[in-house]
Design a protein around this ligand. Structure first.
Ligand SMILES: [Zn+2]
Length: 376
């Protein structure tokens, strides 16, 4: 392990740690990065939200201004049922692509942020502001690691702006929707399937709830960048066997919100529409993100990225949510950009890969951005 490790070989190292959420804890991967960063002059702290579910916070450099935050997650999604043609944990490269689970989402992002950060500390360029690295566990299941850091006193400290290295093909994105995932539980009374008149069928009640959800309409003006909020019924579970009246059914609802919506209000509105028989429980509840393109930090990101893209970037948004939902408000609403080397369409795919060239170029972008934002 050397401080001169490049971003591609560091991505390969990180891919060799299985950090599939929730079966393979992030601890060994976090420890590996902690050693690398400590050797490079960072002070590092590890925080666990559950045994082995370890997030890393590292800090170095700086003067009077609050540090720039580089953020990302260490966990990945499972491999899926389809077979892989490349070993998901070996870091194989072929024809300019680096394969593996998490290569795009987002171990290449973690590696690029880490290499840029180590280089900046080595060059002594962080005179005005330092760098704060926040690499969390448990993002894929609803930002658990970020939420734990946000509620742990003193874990994060201040930051002036943030880059989240999620996969964007190296294009900066200034916003994303929020997510409100609800379980709608409907109860009934069980009875023998031959005497349904003696029971109350929870599946019939759930079916009425599903029909109401399909007809549901958000009465709100679309966001100029993020468009309209959406609602999707993703799952339905109910009944134990065919010859009983089911006494419980659960409908899984995925709502993607825009910044002008308050989640508590959305939930209250749904509760009113679904009626008193339906009990709503939130499984994920994270607000959206949007930074104005006129913000000085966004202008600087656009300036740094423009030569590589061959054009000035426009305001654009991510289709997914990120840890910024938790971290940006925890830092007091700092300007935030999602920008990473992974490919947006590769996230969660079989034979996931990242372009080697984009990993190298995005590392340069991070380095130049921090040099401008944090330098004297
Ligand atoms: Zn991700």
């Amino acid at each position: 392990m050397s401080a001169s490790t490049g971003p591609v070989s560091l991505t390969q190292q990180l891919l060799r740690f299985d950090t599939i959420n929730p079966t393979s804890p992030e601890l060994p991967c976090a420890q590996y990065l902690a050693q690398l960063l400590e050797a490079g002059g960072f002070s590092v702290r590890l925080h666990e939200f559950a045994p082995g579910r370890t997030s890393l916070v590292a800090h170095a450099g700086g003067g009077s201004a609050a540090p720039l935050c580089f953020a990302g997650h260490l966990d990945t999604v499972p491999l899926g049922v389809a077979p892989w043609t490349h070993d998901p944990f070996a870091g194989e490269t072929h024809a300019g692509r680096l394969y593996g689970r998490g290569s795009s989402d987002m171990k290449s992002g973690i590696a690029a942020l880490t290499c840029a950060a180590l280089d900046l500390v080595r060059s002594g360029l962080l005179r005005k502001a330092g760098l704060l690295l926040v690499f969390v566990a448990g993002e894929e299941t609803g930002c658990e690691g970020a939420a734990h850091l946000a509620r742990t006193a003193g874990a994060l400290g201040p930051a002036s702006a943030m880059v989240v290295g999620e996969p964007t093909d190296g294009v900066p994105l200034v916003g994303h929707k929020g997510a409100l995932w609800l379980d709608a539980r409907v109860r009934g009374v069980t009875a023998h399937g031959s005497m349904p008149e003696r029971g109350v069928n929870a599946i019939y009640r759930a079916a009425r709830a599903v029909a109401a959800l399909e007809a549901f309409h958000f009465d709100i003006a679309p966001d100029p960048l993020l468009g309209r909020p959406t609602l999707n019924v993703g799952t339905i579970r109910g009944g134990l066997n065919v010859n009983s009246v089911p006494d419980e059914a659960v409908v899984g609802i995925d709502i993607r919100t825009i910044p002008s919506q308050r989640h508590a209000q959305v939930r209250a509105e749904l509760a009113r529409v679904l009626g008193p028989d339906v009990e709503l429980t939130a499984r994920v509840d994270v607000p959206g993100l949007r930074t104005e393109v006129t913000d000085p930090f966004v202008r600087q990101v656009f300036d740094v990225v423009a030569p590589r893209l061959g054009r000035c970037p426009e305001a654009a948004s991510a289709p997914y949510f990120t840890d910024a939902s938790i971290l940006t408000p925890a830092f007091g609403g700092i300007p935030t950009v999602v920008l990473g080397p992974g490919a947006l369409v590769q996230a969660h795919q079989t034979d996931e890969y990242a372009e080697v060239k984009c990993i190298e170029e995005t590392t340069e972008v991070y380095r130049e951005l921090a040099r401008r934002w944090c330098g004297a």
